[in-house]
Design a protein around this ligand. Structure first.
Ligand SMILES: [Zn+2]
Ligand SMILES: [Zn+2]
Length: 89
């Protein structure tokens, strides 16, 4: 018996199981009403956001300091910095 497996054979690793981990669901907040997006429906909020800038940070729900210039807006969260966008007319 000279041909049984040697130490050079690849050992089974745990890396196969990594693909089975479900994606982490990050809870974000409605930028209009500041409530959790997983709570209730924000259909009207989304409609409002079409023509008005956001009011709350999506990460921490803090109130944003919003400035608008024409159809462009920029909103500053004390913690997460500035975001900007454009409103549809
Ligand atoms: Zn909302
Ligand atoms: Zn924030």
């Amino acid at each position: 018996m000279s041909d049984f497996p040697t130490a050079g054979d690849p050992a089974p690793t745990d890396s196969d199981t990594l693909g089975a981990i479900p994606p982490v669901v990050t809870v974000t907040y409605c930028t209009w009403c500041g409530d959790s997006l997983t709570k209730g429906s924000h259909v009207t909020c989304r409609a409002n956001l079409e023509h008005e800038p956001p009011r709350h940070c999506s990460s921490c729900r803090r109130e944003l300091r919003v400035t608008t210039e024409g159809s462009r807006w920029s909103a500053v969260c004390k913690k997460h910095g500035e975001s900007s966008g454009e409103l549809s007319a």
